[in-house]
Design a protein around this ligand. Structure first.
Ligand SMILES: NC(=O)C1=CN([C@@H]2O[C@H](COP(=O)(O)OP(=O)(O)OC[C@H]3O[C@@H](n4cnc5c(N)ncnc54)[C@H](O)[C@@H]3O)[C@@H](O)[C@H]2O)[C@@H](O)CC1
Ligand SMILES: Nc1ncnc2c1ncn2[C@@H]1O[C@H](COP(=O)(O)OP(=O)(O)O)[C@@H](O)[C@H]1O
Ligand SMILES: [K+]
Length: 501
């Protein structure tokens, strides 16, 4: 699990590494330059012309070091120095001297608004104006240069951060819009937000061996999930285990015309290792569920087309509720009753969340230790609108604390907020999963894990990871465009096997 640190913590981390490794700061910068260049040379060969636009701080120093290394690798390199009043750092000056000493690289200064055509010969534009030192929105000549870079034809690659982009607060001023961002050591919080994609593009983190002990003990509530953590959460079965050890889940899902949601969830619950599964279905769903999911038992509702009746909560370890449920008045009443009678953690999704959004007086009935899985629209119905993604994150943490439950906000980098404020971003998954029914599969996985008495947070972390991993395996085989929710269920076995193996 990787902690996500703020820009000021990263500055302290740099300083700590310099003092304790020990290493002189220009050598640490050289390490950063080499790590960037290793990433770069794997993707772009030296037939591309490279323009490097540098500021005068350490990010600019990186840019100059990168220019020297790429020149040595045989790339046609040109450098621009943007001089808009930011101070020149010591390492910037050292790398400028080294580059001049190497020779063969044209270096031009920009002190006033340039003609944007200056960048037109460059296939690739490396952005090294500002990094984590940015303390306020850019203005003046920086704004002009950034505007030119954003309209240039070359592929923009940002060093550490796109210039103008804020790592820990909303970006309100102009910023480079990078196609790729190569960031040092740790991802930055804003990378995980949808609104950042236009600036950050695809990002990669390269290791520059900053002090690991410092990173481990740093105070943060934000983490990036990884495969090792997911692997460590996965429980192994033992020789004499029997189905009684793996819980009995109830799925309350589906209504006339939406029984497919129940089928997808049920299949995913079964593929996630549950001992027994019962599906509560209206009359309309009986033969559908029995035929499509023969492993599941049925709890049959008296109503023809929606969830309206009572279930026997004492029989079940957990309940997953919501996919395809609808919001009929009878369903609202039945859900209310269920919430009053079921004491154990539940998985609450889709229409069950929408019902909570429209009947907030029910929120206090959500059993502690439950998992809520809204997509952004469902989340907005629960907590109201937000101004920016930082505020959205705060609202997510707030809801988790209020309900003493885990709130899983779905999307690229699904975030998982625990009641204590810790929030985890998930690395797996792909846009092929933006297809009807994907969320129903997640509900099934989480229900299967909670039924096996996984701790709520651990179950949520593992389930979200596995769901995305199965989607990735599916997309490799079928392609993102053709991926459908049933494929995610199909590839779930592969995801479990690879994680457990
Ligand atoms: N030893 C280190 O500290 C290392 C730093 N590295 C690089 O150094 C970067 C951070 O460098 P710096 O702290 O020098 O900061 P930057 O290079 O990001 O910014 C330079 C200076 O610009 C000024 N400034 C901030 N906002 C401004 C604005 N809106 N308009 C005009 N000037 C503004 C500040 O005085 C700031 O120090 C990282 O992003 C990374 O690229 C890497 O070389 C790794 C090692
Ligand atoms: N661009 C994406 N990258 C990664 N995962 C995605 C992406 N788009 C959707 N997903 C995942 O697919 C699922 C979609 O869930 P949801 O919106 O509830 O779909 P549905 O209601 O159709 O079942 C979520 O788990 C989400 O994280
Ligand atoms: K930059």
């Amino acid at each position: 699990m990787q902690p996500i640190l703020t820009a000021s913590q990263i500055k302290a981390l740099d300083a700590y590494t310099i003092a304790h490794e020990p290493i002189v700061s220009i050598d640490l910068m050289e390490r950063a330059c080499r790590a960037f260049v290793a990433w770069f040379t794997e993707r772009f060969n030296n037939s591309f012309t490279v323009g490097i636009v540098c500021g005068t701080g350490n990010n600019g120093g990186d840019g100059l070091g990168i220019a020297r290394l790429l020149k040595e690798w045989g790339y046609p390199v040109r450098v621009w120095l943007v001089k808009g009043g930011a101070p020149e750092s010591i390492d910037f000056k050292i790398n400028l001297d080294r580059l001049k000493h190497l020779g063969g690289v044209q270096i031009d200064e920009i002190t006033a608004a340039p003609e944007c055509s200056i960048f037109s010969d460059e296939d690739i534009l490396i952005d090294a104006i500002f990094g984590t030192g940015l303390s306020r929105p850019v203005e003046g000549v920086y704004t002009d240069v950034i505007a030119c870079m954003n309209t240039a034809r070359g592929t923009r690659v940002a060093v550490d951060l796109p210039s103008g982009f804020m790592a820990d607060e909303p970006t309100t001023g102009p910023s480079v819009e990078a196609r790729y961002t190569v960031s040092f050591q740790l991802p930055k919080l804003a990378f995980f937000f949808p609104s950042s994609f236009q600036y950050v593009g695809e990002w990669a983190v390269v290791d520059i061996s900053l002090n690991k002990a410092f990173i481990r003990q740093a105070q943060t509530s934000h983490f990036f999930m990884d495969r090792n953590t997911a692997r460590s959460l996965l429980r192994r079965r033992s020789k004499f285990d029997h189905k009684g050890n793996f819980g009995h889940a109830l799925l309350v899902a589906g209504s006339l015309g939406k029984m497919g949601a129940a089928v997808l969830s049920a299949r995913a619950t079964l593929r996630s290792g549950v001992g027994l599964l019962t599906v509560h279905t209206p009359q309309a769903g009986i033969s559908i569920v029995q035929t499509a999911v023969p492993e599941a038992m049925l709890s049959i509702d008296g109503h023809a087309s929606v969830f309206a009746g009572a279930v026997q909560p004492e029989r079940y370890t957990t309940i997953g509720i919501g996919p395809g449920l609808g919001k009929a008045p009878e369903t609202v009443k039945a859900f209310h009753k269920l919430l009053e009678n079921f004491p154990h953690p539940m998985v609450i999704d889709a229409d069950a969340l929408n019902i909570l959004g429209e009947n907030r007086e029910l929120l206090h009935l959500v059993p502690k230790g439950s998992i809520l899985t809204p997509h952004p629209k469902e989340f907005e119905r629960l907590v109201g609108p937000w101004q920016n993604d930082f505020e959205r994150l705060e609202k997510q943490k707030g809801l988790a604390a209020q309900l003493q439950s885990v709130v899983v906000l779905k999307g690229a980098f699904t975030s998982i907020a625990a009641p204590d404020g810790k929030t985890f971003f998930n690395p797996t998954g792909n846009p092929g999963m933006a297809t009807g029914g994907s969320g129903d599969v997640l509900t099934g996985i989480l229900t299967g894990l909670l039924a096996q008495r996984y701790d709520t947070l651990e179950g949520a972390l593992l389930g979200v990871y596995l769901h995305g991993f199965a989607g990735d395996l599916g997309a490799w085989e079928k392609g993102m465009d053709s991926l459908i929710a049933s494929d995610i269920v199909e590839f779930l076995s592969g995801a479990f096997a690879r994680l457990g193996g």
